[in-house]
Design a binder for this molecule. Sequence first.
Ligand SMILES: *[C@@H]1O[C@H](CO)[C@@H](O)[C@H](O)[C@H]1NC(C)=O
Ligand SMILES: *[C@@H]1O[C@H](CO)[C@@H](O)[C@H](O)[C@H]1NC(C)=O
Ligand SMILES: *[C@@H]1O[C@H](CO)[C@@H](O)[C@H](O)[C@H]1NC(C)=O
Ligand SMILES: *[C@@H]1O[C@H](CO)[C@@H](O)[C@H](O)[C@H]1NC(C)=O
Ligand SMILES: *[C@@H]1O[C@H](CO)[C@@H](O)[C@H](O)[C@H]1NC(C)=O
Ligand SMILES: *[C@@H]1O[C@H](CO)[C@@H](O)[C@H](O)[C@H]1NC(C)=O
Ligand SMILES: *[C@@H]1O[C@H](CO)[C@@H](O)[C@H](O)[C@H]1NC(C)=O
Ligand SMILES: *[C@@H]1O[C@H](CO)[C@@H](O)[C@H](O)[C@H]1NC(C)=O
Length: 557
Amino acid sequence: MKGITIPALASLLLSTTVTGLPGFSQSKFNHGKRDYGYKVNWGDFPFPYFDEKLPLFSLGDTVQFPPELLAEIFKTAAPGVEVKNQTVNSSSFFYDGDRLTAFFDKNTGETSVFPRLELLKPAASISGNISRYLKDLRIFPEDDTIPSIVIGSNLLGSRKEKDAVVSNPAIYLKESLIQRSINHGNQRSTVCGPGTKASFSFGSDGAIKALSHRWRSARNLGSALSPMPQDKVRQAITDQLAAANITNATVTSVDLCFYDSGYKYIQPVYRYNATVSHPSGVADNLVVGYIPVSGKAPEALPNLNPPVDQPQPSAAGINPHPTPNNITRRQEAPVTVGRYAMSNDIFSPQIVVDENSLWSGLSLAALIAGGFFSFPEFINSQYYWDEPFIYEANNRQFANGVNFAFTEGHGNVHLFTTNETEPNWGVVNIADIPPTGFGPGSDGALAYWIIRACRTLSTPADYSTADFNQAFDVWWPVFNGLHAVMGYRSDAQVFDNEIGAVGFRIGLGAGVVFAWLEAARGGGKTSAMTVCGHTDDTIFQRQNLGRPGCLQEWWYD
Ligand SMILES: *[C@@H]1O[C@H](CO)[C@@H](O)[C@H](O)[C@H]1NC(C)=O
Ligand SMILES: *[C@@H]1O[C@H](CO)[C@@H](O)[C@H](O)[C@H]1NC(C)=O
Ligand SMILES: *[C@@H]1O[C@H](CO)[C@@H](O)[C@H](O)[C@H]1NC(C)=O
Ligand SMILES: *[C@@H]1O[C@H](CO)[C@@H](O)[C@H](O)[C@H]1NC(C)=O
Ligand SMILES: *[C@@H]1O[C@H](CO)[C@@H](O)[C@H](O)[C@H]1NC(C)=O
Ligand SMILES: *[C@@H]1O[C@H](CO)[C@@H](O)[C@H](O)[C@H]1NC(C)=O
Ligand SMILES: *[C@@H]1O[C@H](CO)[C@@H](O)[C@H](O)[C@H]1NC(C)=O
Ligand SMILES: *[C@@H]1O[C@H](CO)[C@@H](O)[C@H](O)[C@H]1NC(C)=O
């Protein structure tokens, strides 16, 4: 029984310690909020089991991606573009004019290179070979972990000229990943968590166009941890979900991974996936949680509970800051930001975490970039509990009254929800947005809109060829000066803690669309609808694009 998974034992525990069949526990769901046994449903999956101790690793030096290789990648990623290297507190920020093309963050050791999506050629297939990077000990030093090459995601795109047919989805970027693994007993498990990142994306010319690298060498400390028995793991998962007030969850998988925090340790953890279902019409949410294998974490793991005393949205009032519209350059006016959080939902506390993280990311970026550019930055114009009138009857004062709107709630194809105590959870159908649309063309100011909700931005890949138009049709009336709308095409995770990174990239002046697509995709499959030719626009470009003649959609597969 050494280190193998035992499905039979998992089912046995399922029927003894929990409730019996998943359907049964479902029907008992309403009996009492504090009845833990009925709060969580268990899917039928193999539950990992270990009777050997599991190793703990300490993190060593930060591995900095070699500057000379970075310089080489800049040349192929955007030929002929002069990149200027700016340094703050030993972190490097690379700019093409006022557009951020890459950065090296000294605090985390992370290097990110952003592509110019408008320069990429679509292709039916792309190949790229990263074995030369894998072998480079300056990037992946030898240590007690095992790096290997795995296939990543493709970034696809499709466009529609008004009244023409939708172009067939084509690949713009193909990603190769270095996966990091750990051997224990006679098994191998992968490293998870934010501390290990190694993603290389190739364009159709076979050159690297985007990159993300974060890596520290790791040493096996020998001080092994004793895994808890399965019933204790189940109880810990149940308790964690209950403590976060997450009801109606079905745990769909539990596996072992080694969590790299990026700070002190790589520690073995049980990682679970849970699906949270809602009444019909609203897509499921995913929750990923971590339980320390021995019950006691050597270093804190992500917590499902929001920090206490975080700033809360207020009830929607009238926008006190008049927002200028049709702004072309960053120095002309600060960017006004509106944030809207779904209220009265079990996930509202976490939605508020994301709303605050976006602002923290923007603020940190403003502090850094303030040293390179002298210009006004971001204004926290609106931070409100969401309501349908923010997008519908009163949009001119609310979502369409700021340059950058961030909406978070539940969702489904072409809709999102705002307030759970309202009928239909205060749903906003994209089709119900007033036909004057959003942006300076409607006398509004909105240039960029992120809707962090499940499935709102479906893509051609989500329809049959005959129905490709459905991905575009509903958005034409919305674009009236607007540059881009971003969201997910799939179900999305709550608790992924990625929105700060999205805000940081956008605030530094990276292309808004790629910043969202790339930095938010741990939470689900990201997608974005943009005006053709404006995919690489930065948050500082808010000029009136009027009614578009062509829309381009982007998504990860
Ligand atoms: C950017 O500047 C910093 C500080 O001068 C330097 O250490 C680093 O090597 C430079 N990076 C590149 C890619 O030129
Ligand atoms: C990748 O390149 C290496 C040489 O650097 C070569 O040995 C290997 O076969 C290539 N792999 C693929 C899949 O082409
Ligand atoms: C759970 O709900 C209770 C009662 O509404 C609330 O006091 C508590 O803060 C919530 N906990 C979390 C983690 O959201
Ligand atoms: C857990 O969910 C994530 C996100 O959907 C998925 O990528 C992963 O494969 C799932 N894990 C398991 C073990 O099913
Ligand atoms: C609970 O989940 C089930 C599906 O698993 C769904 O049909 C039901 O509507 C959910 N109930 C609530 C109150 O969200
Ligand atoms: C927006 O500003 C640009 C550049 O300043 C100008 O050319 C254009 O006419 C303006 N458009 C509108 C609708 O005001
Ligand atoms: C640079 O470091 C100093 C000292 O730690 C700190 O006060 C300052 O805020 C930092 N600057 C930026 C832009 O992060
Ligand atoms: C949500 O909707 C309810 C019912 O209409 C309303 O009383 C409440 O003010 C709304 N907003 C918030 C933040 O609860």
